[in-house]
Design a protein around this ligand. Sequence first.
Ligand code: FUB
Length: 338
Amino acid sequence: MRKLLVAVGILLLAGCAQQKTQEGFPVFQNMGNPLITDKFTADPAPMVYNDTLFLYVGHDEYYEGQDTASGGKEFNITEWLCYSTTDMQTWTDYGSVLKPTDFSWAVGEAWASQVIEKNGKFYYYTTVQGGEPYVGKAIGVAVGDSPTGPFKDAIGKPLVCDTMTSNGARGWWNDIDPTVLIDGEGQAWMCWGNGTCFLARLKPNMTELDGEIQVVDLPKYVEGPWLHKHGDLYYLTYASMGVDREVVSYATAPSVAGPWTYQGELTGMAENSFTIHPGIVEFKGKWYLFYHNATLTLGGHEGAIGRRSVCVEELFYNSDGTIRVVEQTKKGVSNLSK
Ligand code: FUB
């Protein structure tokens, strides 16, 4: 009898380890931070649709020689991955849902991106490296009929390329990290940029800019803007320069058009990571801050600038609309006892 019980136990454990959804996608449990432990992941972008939270990330990939590379070659990100959950504990892994090379005019570099839904269509705003004649970092937009794709280039050219913005701070690579929000009046806005925070309206088709590109002046702004609304306030959260690495800061405004009021730092620096990259969402009555650090070791390769790991913490607002400073923890939002 004892042997039988042990055998059943082993089978159950094996079954758990290989748990899959009906569609055959692998499932895993939230064991604390980092959230995803079988791949290096970065630049989290959460989206809630129909009681499910979808999480889009860039796949940081190790390559031979990565540790000795310089000149920005530390990143090797060739695809975006998608995950989902209905309870923040059990997660489904959909694998790769889009690649920069799905844009015929792009040559690589799946940097930070965001998906948003409008009228049953899912718009994937991406950072990529443009090829001729769009050389430099550029923003592409792909569209799909489901949150997990397939996604197709919506316009056959960049939505934003280097010639459309000033070549001030960070020059040819300042057009990165798009974030999109549809405001209370139904107006869609896109914010992006490294070194400069750009802001523009989108036309109702979501695939064309509407009017001038403006600049939002934010203290110590580096990159990774994220737009969201809580109550009557709009929030522009972003990676700012901390002591020697990025931290997350934020500003608030009565409308996305501004004026934006700086509210201070929301986090400290991420462990072992120069970058941090915020993504904020409300899900089932709670608010979450997704970010990345570089604490995971995989295949003998320690976390590093191009080997980051997505994490998540709960976010709490004060009654005046400011947000409580977020402590970066190992437990994150897992059900683990500590
Ligand atoms: O992942 C590449 C770049 O690093 C992103 O676009 C930035 O936000 C930073 O996280």
